[in-house]
Design a binder for this molecule. Structure first.
Ligand code: FMN
Ligand code: SF4
Length: 508
């Protein structure tokens, strides 16, 4: 099985942060980045600054909003971005650990409090969308004893392969317990001969389903059930008061896998591009039918999967035009973050899709190839946007990935490479940074170092924080809330702007 690793020979340049020139308040007031944008038929965002979805692992184990979730979004709201997208939120009513959920009406009240919190803390200036997600099963890497003792299905094929390997036909009839014991004691060469690639993967990386595992009934029926799940999730989002819903078609999850060139489903939902986009379009249509034509429905998807045999920018351009024709209200373009090339997890841990080369492209760090991490993904959004405009459609495009200065963002908008410029980690490092720049206080921006301490926390499903918040603080200060490990502050240090004198949000 191919594992596409980050190449240490090319990823060895440590890039300095790009120099930042901060605009005066007057220059910021004239800037494209701080100019309004229409998203969908009725909604206007006050500016083109954007915080893309970031999972902070702060929900309860059964998916409810907690005070820590509220604090996370309140802090982003204080920076008054044009758009804030709430983290990937599960659309099914199934146990998902501390991931936010929207798979039942009982989640609506907590989400409504979240909406009210953001409205209040942004002074009504920030538009709030919620990202909705489906995923299929991924299990932790097992102990070999567990795997051979319990998880591995002892099929005729396993017995047959064992008989061939040991040159002894009695293994074809051997008792299950004997086969299990024999495999547990077997050396690597024997295992690589006897087990299938998928069985070996389950041993080495943990069992992981594919959306083309047609032998599994719940996978077969995905096209039948997902439009309804997404539509109901979107309806709940609207009822909770969100300004829009973002369909998560990116990274390692179900819908991105339908779009993937690797999708080989034989049921009309895999193979050709037309077939691969069929379910994503059916989901979009179902969502639209449920929430109406005036509610914002966006899509986040991949401009390039960055895995061997996966979809690339040509696919993404084609998909983008189809989504735009189908009436999506915006497209947010991400890159990579797939399981196919992820690093092997330790025993007891789950494979994490941001560890391989495709993961690097999703959240690039300063330790990079010659090109560096800054604005690295912009050409994808630019190519998709060009095709959509050539098709005569006005759908706004959002780009993200290594954006950390005003000039970067303004240049992207000026060159027509995107319509909104998003920053995840820079906004985590300093949730006030948009507001500081808008107020001519850019020299106060706490700049992200792009070394991915936060991503390491995400990987271990620990409450996400930024290492820069912890530089100076008194853990005994009762105003400072700490993470559950008692060592890190949960929120960015507060910042109070001088009197703004800036008009509030525009009317819809
Ligand atoms: C802690 C963390 C959690 C993330 N969670 C999500 C998520 O829930 N959904 C999503 O689409 N992207 C997620 N991302 C990816 C970001 O939205 C963004 O695409 C990526 O970090 C690159 O942008 P940046 O360079 O501005 O950080 C996450 C990123 C981080 C750092
Ligand atoms: S932890 Fe590091 S990469 Fe993450 S936001 Fe903070 S400075 Fe940036």
């Amino acid at each position: 099985m191919r594992r596409n690793k980050l190449d240490p020979a090319t990823h060895r340049v440590r890039h300095p942060l790009p120099p930042a020139r901060w605009p005066t308040r007057e220059e910021a007031a004239r800037a494209r980045w701080f100019s309004p944008i229409r998203i969908g038929p009725r909604l206007t965002a006050a500016e083109r600054t954007w915080v893309p979805a970031m999972v902070p692992w702060r929900a309860t184990d059964d998916g409810f909003v907690t005070p820590e979730v509220l604090e996370w979004y309140a802090r982003f709201a204080e920076g008054q971005p044009g758009v804030l997208v709430v983290e990937a939120t599960g659309i099914r009513d199934i146990a998902s650990g501390p991931l936010l959920r929207i798979g039942d009406d009982r989640f609506i009240p907590g989400l409504r409090t979240l909406v009210e919190t953001v409205r209040e803390r942004s002074g009504g200036r920030t538009r709030l969308f919620i990202q909705v997600l489906d995923f299929v099963t991924v299990r932790r890497r097992p102990e070999p004893e567990q795997f051979f003792g319990r998880y591995l299905e002892i099929t005729d094929s396993v017995r047959g392969q064992l008989a061939l390997w040991l040159d002894d036909p009695r293994w074809r009839e051997a008792a299950e317990g004997e086969v299990r014991e024999c495999l547990l004691a077997a050396d690597r060469v024997a295992l690589e001969t006897v087990l299938t690639d998928r069985e070996l993967e389950a041993l080495d990386y943990g069992y992981r389903e594919r959306i083309w595992d047609m032998h599994l009934p719940h996978i077969r029926e995905l096209p039948r059930v997902l439009p309804g799940f997404f539509a109901e999730a979107a309806r709940r989002g609207r009822e909770a008061g969100f300004d829009g819903v973002e369909l998560h078609y990116a990274h390692a999850y179900t819908m991105a896998s339908f779009l993937s060139r690797l999708n080989s489903r034989p049921d009309g939902y895999g193979g050709s591009r037309e077939n691969r986009i069929r379910l994503p379009l059916e989901v979009l249509a179902a969502v639209r039918a449920r929430v109406g034509s005036e509610y914002v429905v966006g899509i986040r998807y991949l401009g390039d999967e960055v895995v061997e045999g996966g979809s690339d920018v040509d696919d993404a351009i084609w998909y983008g035009v189809r989504f735009a024709e189908a009436g999506v209200d915006y497209l947010s373009v991400s890159k990579g973050g797939r399981f196919e090339d992820a690093r092997q997890p330790k025993v007891g841990e789950a494979v994490y899709p941001y560890t391989g080369a495709s993961g690097y492209e999703c959240m690039p760090t300063v330790l990079s190839d010659a090109r560096g991490p800054f604005g690295r993904n912009v050409p994808l959004a630019a190519a998709i946007r060009r095709a959509i405009r050539d098709a005569g459609l006005p759908t706004p495009l959002v780009t993200s990935g290594g954006i950390t200065t005003f000039d970067q963002a303004e240049g992207i908008l000026e060159r027509g490479e995107a319509d909104c410029v998003a920053a995840a980690r820079q906004t985590l490092a300093d949730p006030d940074w948009f507001r500081k720049i808008r107020l001519g206080q850019g020299e106060l921006v706490r700049r992200c170092e792009f070394t991915n301490y936060c991503e390491g926390l995400d990987q271990r499903h620990k409450q996400v924080t930024c290492k820069l918040w912890d530089r100076k603080f008194d853990p005994a200060d009762p105003a400072v809330r700490l993470a559950t490990d008692g060592r890190r502050r949960l929120s960015a240090p507060s910042w109070s702007p001088p009197d703004e004198g800036v008009a509030d949000a525009p009317a819809d």
